[in-house]
Design a binder for this molecule. Structure first.
Ligand code: ATP
Length: 239
């Protein structure tokens, strides 16, 4: 469903990705592992159109999306929950969530049941439900991170890119984030996940890719990567 072939991208003259290829099949969770600066975030940005790829092809359901504006990529059903806490601080939680559904409108009519999806999103994120009328800027950092994730879900997307959803969260919230990823998976949501907790990511994922200096070094079924001594030594704290 999401296919990346030979993707190159970077910033100005600095090339970060050197021809990476990966696939995210429908209904699966695929994780991208790598050390700091390997290019994980850059991959996500190139897929969602935040930066323009300099080479390669990206297709969503067999249609090319590379080179499109990010808004049009979102309309095709690709949601990006970016690294950091990108929420609209002066709007309420509920309004932030409604904005996530904005690309589903063509003219005045939205695709699907937005009110129902809003209720389902709030059920999935109970912390946000309790704070639905609070201004997003007054949420804790962890809650803002969850709001960014919930907003991506409001697109009712074909594929969600989750960039470090647990970054900076207290351990109890990290567990909650992984529980939410599990529930999304159970609903059949296709995900590409970047996570600092590589072991936990490989537990929830079906398949994994290891990115080193902008190239895919190893890939394979998640269970296999978890048992790979080289992957363990480099990314799983030695086991
Ligand atoms: P991390 O785990 O630290 O988030 P990452 O694998 O996500 O790392 P990227 O954020 O993709 O890595 O960064 C890859 C390289 O691109 C790094 O060397 C980084 O300094 C550089 N880079 C990232 N964003 C920019 C930018 N906006 N302008 C210039 N260089 C950038």
């Amino acid at each position: 469903m999401l296919t990346i072939k030979n993707l190159s991208a970077g910033y100005g003259k600095v090339q970060v990705l050197h021809g990476i290829s990966l696939e995210v099949p429908k209904g699966q969770v695929v994780t991208l592992i790598g050390s700091n600066g390997a290019g994980k975030t850059t991959t996500m940005r190139a897929v969602s159109g935040m930066i323009k790829p300099t080479g390669g092809e990206i297709t969503l359901n067999d249609r090319r999306i590379d080179g499109l504006e990010s808004y049009h990529i979102a309309r095709r059903g690709l949601a990006h929950s970016p690294e950091g806490r990108r929420v609209f601080a002066t709007m309420t939680v509920t309004d932030n969530l409604r904005l996530g559904a904005f690309p589903r409108y063509t003219g005045e009519r939205p695709k699907g049941d937005i009110a129902g999806d809003l209720e389902r999103a709030l059920e999935l994120f109970p912390r946000l439900k309790e704070r639905r009328l609070q201004l997003a800027g007054t949420l804790s950092g962890g809650e803002q991170q969850m709001l960014a994730m919930a907003r991506a879900v409001m697109l009712n997307p074909e594929v969600v890119l989750l960039d470090e959803p647990s970054m900076g969260l207290a351990p109890i919230l990290v567990d909650e984030v992984f529980r939410i990823i599990e529930s999304l998976k159970a609903r059949g949501v296709t995900m590409l996940l970047v996570e600092q907790f590589a072991a936990a990511a490989l537990k929830v994922a079906d398949y994994g890719y290891v990115l080193e200096n902008g190239r895919i070094a190893v890939h394979g079924p998640a269970a296999k990567l978890r048992d790979d001594p080289a992957v363990q030594a480099a990314y799983l704290g030695g086991g």
